[in-house]
Design a protein around this ligand. Structure first.
Ligand code: GLN
Length: 483
């Protein structure tokens, strides 16, 4: 039962092959049995799950239908969940029970999805390895000595290990696409503003975007359908109609123009990954796509710009965690300043503190023009590169990451080495564009992802290309041994 995709679950539930309650119990037992190896969950919500599953079964018995009605999922632990701990992977929020549901959580619950729990993540979504969580590192089910990617590593490891079919995640600089690549999943970062950020604890507000992690493009379409849409509670949410993502999956790729940026194949890329990317290009060519070399000349400046902008926004967003209204508070503060200093010093881990300091520095009066303003100018250049490219092509294709999943601890002493691994993903966040990663093969038994980028609001095109690719390849069907 645990092998089923969301699409298969929807068919099985519609055909009354099993109930949502039965399936939910099977998956909860599987999580209890197998998750100690992975550490992919921070909280399990068994009672809520059974209650939601029974309610979904009752709705089906009353004649309701829907692809998510009775479908078991989990939420990355930065989506606020009413009355349930929402920790953001941080000691700071270990005792925080959200007083309301995030829009994404509420929308999926209304569609009948069943919440099995809250998944582990890098602290405040800062990281590419899921090692900065206060609840401990997450392990990659493909090799338990390797990282699953981050920051949505819990969602990725859980879905890859078949503990559940799909999960929500967020992507500020790659945190949906990179863990998808590292664990052989399909993950989609939507256009900025497509999915509401209301109730999604902010890391870098101008970059953060929620999206689906699943095994197939077909399942990402189902989950995105339940997440996307205008939300008056989020001032950056965009009032654009949500297309039927499943309906466009079957379109032919004949004549699709795919751009391959020459900058992607530089010295930093593992040649074995480069070869797998070439294979996926060949596959898409066979399906009718036309390949064109393009250039994204400002890509080289994207990492420095991102690692100024994201920490700058983080330093501002995280100032609310001061030990006063909610979150961790130190014992016996001597005065207000002592309360702030010790609560924040004890509540935040090293990577979060590093970013707050970098961000506060970049925003300080004497350095604003030199760092923050400069980074914003680079951001515009990165966006302009994409706009020019999309005049010539429909999709941009390349590797999701320059290397496969590294060993746990391998980059702990050198944060910049980890930042450099984000080279292919962060440009989409800087520009606000949608991006998808899908399985493209293996290197040393570790999964490799191919990334597709599209113009604003063309999530349907990304899902269509990925689905057609998956109808003709079987990488996405591979299961990690032991799971
Ligand atoms: N690795 C990037 C960072 O640490 C991206 C994280 C994310 O997308 N949340 O900022």
């Amino acid at each position: 039962m645990h092998q089923m995709t969301l699409a298969e679950i929807a068919r099985g539930l519609a055909d009354k092959k099993f109930s949502s309650e039965e399936l939910t119990k099977v998956l909860l037992a599987r999580i209890t049995q197998l998750d100690p190896q992975l550490n992919s969950f921070i909280s399990l919500t068994e009672d809520l799950a059974i209650e939601q599953a029974k309610a979904a079964d009752a709705r089906r018995a009353n004649g309701e239908s829907g692809a998510l009605l009775g479908a078991p999922i989990a939420h990355k632990d930065l989506f606020c969940t009413l009355g349930i701990r929402t920790s953001c992977g941080s000691k700071m929020l270990d005792n925080f029970k959200a007083p309301y549901d995030a829009t994404v959580v509420a929308k999926l619950a209304a569609a009948g999805a069943v919440t099995l729990g809250k998944t582990n993540m890098d602290e405040f979504a800062m990281g590419s390895a899921n090692e900065s969580s206060w609840y401990g590192a997450v392990k990659n089910p493909w090799n338990l000595e390797h990282v699953p990617g981050g920051s949505s590593g819990g969602s990725a490891a859980a879905v890859a290990a078949r503990l559940l079919p799909a999960a929500t995640a967020t992507d500020t600089g790659g945190s949906i696409r990179q863990p998808a690549a590292f664990t052989n999943l399909t993950g989609l970062k939507p256009t900025y503003g497509r999915v509401s950020r209301w109730g999604m604890i902010a890391y870098a507000s101008s970059l953060d975007q929620g999206g689906p992690l699943a095994r197939t493009a077909e399942d990402c379409a189902i989950l995105l359908q339940g997440m996307a849409g205008f939300d008056p509670n989020d001032s950056t949410s965009i009032d654009e109609p949500v297309p039927d993502y499943s309906a466009s999956l079957g379109e032919s790729l004949q004549g699709l123009r795919i751009g391959v940026p020459k900058e992607y194949f530089s010295a930093g890329l593992d040649p074995r990954i480069a070869e797998l990317i070439q294979n996926s290009i060949q596959q898409l060519r066979k399906l009718g796509a036309v390949i064109k070399e393009i250039s994204l000349p400002n890509m080289q400046h994207a990492i420095p710009a991102y690692y100024v902008i994201a920490p700058a926004e983080a330093s501002s967003n995280l100032s609310r965690f001061d030990g006063v209204r909610f979150g961790h508070r130190c014992e016996n503060p001597e005065n207000l300043i002592d309360l702030y200093k010790r609560s924040r010093g004890e509540g935040f881990g090293a990577e979060v503190q590093r970013r707050i300091m970098v961000g506060a520095y970049a925003l300080s009066a004497g350095y604003y023009d030199a760092y923050y303003l400069k980074a914003q100018k680079i951001r515009r250049l990165v966006k302009n590169d994409f706009m020019a490219a999309f005049n010539e092509v429909d999709i941009i294709l390349g590797p999701t990451t320059p290397n496969p999943a590294w060993k746990l601890g391998a980059k702990n002493s050198d944060p910049v080495a980890a930042y450099l691994e984000d080279v292919y993903t962060i440009t989409a966040n800087l520009a606000g564009l949608p991006g998808l990663s899908m399985p493209a093969g293996f290197v040393d038994g570790l999964p490799v992802g191919v990334q597709l980028l599209a113009p604003y609001f063309q999530e349907g095109r990304l899902l269509n290309v990925a689905h057609q690719y998956q109808l003709n390849t079987d990488w996405h069907t591979r299961t990690p041994t032991g799971f």
